[in-house]
Design a protein around this ligand. Structure first.
Ligand code: HDD
Length: 678
């Protein structure tokens, strides 16, 4: 009997493929021990290299072929292993086995990504983030291939190549990298107005997340749940981060791309390595078949979301990411996702964007991974057995024994054989479809602005200001005035105030003609309503020689609340306190920068060294400008005095608060202080 799938099944399977070369003798790929690896075989010490040097040839050939094409989109990504645990049975809605019994644990692999940039691009680009999850279930792999934004730019898959061509660096000069702030992108937006809703999200704080661990995930497309009785519900999938949804500010994002272009992957890697496992709850929104046409939007239109206040999100389980990969190429790069990888109980709808996706993913893997056997790569293998009559192709690993590779047959007892639905055979939902073959778009897909306006209405004032700033930045980078004008005209349909403010920043004169009428609000869309926690937030402690010994107890108290402490000083190594106690400096002012931290703690008086004097002030001013919590004690407050920051929102000093640690922790959980004068 096959072993039952459990949370560790994938890890056990991968173990067969792991190789550890440490302490081993070096060999060629043929297993021949090598006696020399630094000098090629030459005709005399100063002579030419000989063609018969098989070791040189093998080593060089393999190296020459190390690279594979990067993903055409989502090239820059980072992944981790984990498990998904079900909270409650979903048998009323779906027969998917991994969603039946509470407590069932399914191994998962998740890859987060940016969309536009190439593999080496900075991670803080203004962009949607990919959030792709592979569930290794006992019935086969189920892939939930989502983004951190619940809607998409276009309504029909056939437009995807146009969208991506417009987004990517412009073809004549390959500029700009990993950015939408250029003419072709905005020309596309203005001339494809179905993008109105998505562009509001892309200009919002959602597009510059603080961490992969602090983003929502959305399946975006509408899928189906089908239960054992064959009853179907339309379903949308959500991942909700336990740490809440939080972002950085745009100036910070741009600086981070220089100071640490790996900021997001490092954050994920370190969180997992230190046991702070990222957690996301899985939620589903479900609509009964009979209610398909009940809404003021088409539920199959991927440019629309289902407001949570109208269709509640039911939380059904939790995913915990608890293992970093062993090898980024073997796992993160070679993983192949596909929204068409489903299990019994999960099915598709006629969402025309989804239908396009169902073709594209296998097609792209064929070129990217070099042939039809990519399902055999360790990371892509299901943890349940798989058998069929597919054979051969580049890199085939399975040795299929026997003479039969066709169906129907008698020589192998007509096996492998399809099985009935009752035995787990996948059957497609028998939706009745009746229509003419047309290249057309449904009338019900034609309202492009109501939900864009709802998104705008739902933002807090600081979020609105960030959107205005983002439009002004992006359009300000466009060279063509006509492109800017067309976009401003377009966003007039979203909100007149938004359009007027952007127009003002761009020096464009507009006439407010189209007054949007939608007054709908969805509070769930604002990040200001998200969970606020201090856990895993990074504090930069600015400290210098002669610090007060009591500081160590304060740092321990901050750590006990779940924060991460890193010290910054003018030299690395041990720093000596006034009472002889020692602290290790983790960074110098030249290797650290305030953008790398969530909060700053000034823990030494000003002027202890000239470097500290100068650099601490710069550090604090920048953190302040990015609305971050700042604290000072043990005479560190002198600096805040000098900078005139005492008493400002989110600035904690021993004098202003009774309990310094409590107040600082509260401020850290708040994330940012938008009402601060900057
Ligand atoms: Fe896509 C990759 C998510 C629309 C075609 N897509 C890709 C990845 C994610 C998404 C997360 C990276 C997976 C990984 O980490 O390997 N894509 C989405 C979402 C969409 C979407 C949420 C909107 C609902 N995609 C979309 C359309 C098409 C594609 C409309 C084409 C018709 N996507 C692809 C692709 C990629 C891809 C070209 C490139 C690399 C890959 O598949 O494996 O097939």
């Amino acid at each position: 009997m096959d072993k039952k799938v459990n949370a560790n099944s994938k890890n056990e399977q991968l173990e067969q493929f792991r190789a550890n070369d440490k302490d081993k003798a070096m060999t060629t790929n043929q297993g021949l021990k090598v006696s020399e690896d630094e000098f090629s075989l030459k005709n005399g010490e100063r002579g030419p290299t000989l063609l018969e040097d098989f070791h040189f040839r093998e080593k060089m050939t393999h190296f020459d072929h190390e690279r594979i094409p990067e993903r055409v989109v989502h090239a820059r990504g980072y992944a981790a292993h984990g498990e998904f645990e079900l909270y409650e049975s979903m048998h009323t809605y779906t027969k998917a086995k991994f969603l039946q019994t509470p407590g069932t644990k399914t191994p998962v692999f998740v890859r987060f990504s940016t969309v536009i940039g190439s593999r080496g691009s900075g991670e803080l680009a203004r962009d949607a983030r990919g959030f792709a999850t592979k569930f290794y279930t006992e019935e086969g792999n189920y892939d939930l291939v989502g983004n951190n934004i619940p809607v998409f730019f276009i309504q029909d898959g056939i437009k995807f190549p146009d969208l991506v061509h417009a987004m990517k660096p412009e073809p004549h000069n390959e500029i700009p990298q990993a950015a939408t702030a250029h003419d072709t992108f905005w020309d596309f937006i203005a001339n494809n107005q179905e993008s109105a809703h998505m562009i509001m999200w892309a200009m919002s704080d959602r597009a510059i997340p603080r961490s992969f661990r602090m983003m929502e995930g959305f399946g975006v497309n509408t899928f189906r749940f089908v239960n054992a009785e064959g009853k179907s519900h339309f379903v949308k999938f959500h991942w909700k981060p336990v740490l809440g949804v939080h972002s950085v500010v745009w100036d910070e994002a741009q600086k981070l791309n220089g100071k640490n272009p790996d900021f997001h992957r490092q954050d994920l890697y370190e969180a997992i390595a230190s046991g702070n496992y990222p957690e996301f709850e899985l939620g589903v929104q479900m609509i009964e078949e009979k209610d398909e046409f009940k809404f003021d939007f088409d539920i199959l239109d991927a440019t629309k979301l289902w407001p949570e206040e109208e269709v509640p999100v039911k939380i059904i389980g939790k995913m915990t990411l608890n293992r970093n990969v062993d090898n980024v190429f073997a796992e993160t790069e070679q993983v192949a996702f596909h929204p068409g990888n489903v299990v019994p109980g999960i099915d598709f709808t006629n969402d025309p964007l989804l239908q396009g996706r169902l073709f594209s993913y296998t097609d792209t893997q064929l070129i990217r991974l070099g042939g039809p056997n990519f399902h055999e790569l360790p990371i892509n293998r299901p943890v349940c057995p798989f058998h069929n009559n597919q054979r051969d192709g580049y890199g085939r690993q399975t040795i299929n024994v026997g003479q039969v590779s066709y169906h129907n047959n008698s020589l192998a007892g007509n096996t492998p054989s399809p099985v009935s639905e009752e035995e787990g055979g996948y059957t497609h939902y028998q939706e009745k479809v009746d229509g003419h073959k047309v290249r057309a778009r449904s009338e019900s897909f034609k309202d492009h602005f109501s939900q864009a306006t709802m998104f705008w209405n739902s933002m807090s004032d600081p979020e609105k200001q960030h959107i205005i700033n983002a439009f002004s930045f992006e359009l300000g980078k466009c060279k063509e005035k006509t492109v800017r004008e067309q976009v401003v005209e377009m966003i007039m349909n979203v909100d007149v105030d938004l359009a007027c403010q952007v127009a003002k920043n761009l020096g464009i004169t507009i006439q407010a003609t189209n007054i949007p009428t939608n007054s709908k609000v969805s509070p769930a869309l604002s990040q200001s309503n998200s969970a606020k926690k201090p856990d895993t937030r990074k504090i930069a402690v600015l400290v210098s020689e002669g610090f007060a010994g009591e500081l160590i107890a304060t740092l321990d108290a901050l750590k006990a609340k779940g924060t991460m402490i890193e010290t910054v000083s003018d030299h690395l190594g041990a720093i000596k306190g006034a009472d002889g106690s020692l602290l290790e400096a983790n960074h110098t002012f030249s290797t650290a920068d305030s953008v790398l931290f969530d909060a700053v703690y000034v823990a030494s008086p000003q002027g202890t060294t000239p470097t500290y004097q100068k650099e601490a002030a710069y550090f604090v001013k920048e953190a302040y400008a990015h609305f971050k919590p700042i604290a000072a004690s043990f005479y560190g407050g002198q600096l805040l005095d000098e900078l005139g920051l005492k008493g400002q929102a989110g600035v904690i000093t021993e004098e202003t608060e009774n309990s310094f640690v409590e107040s600082f922790i509260y401020a850290i959980a708040e994330h940012r202080f938008w009402n601060r004068a900057v």
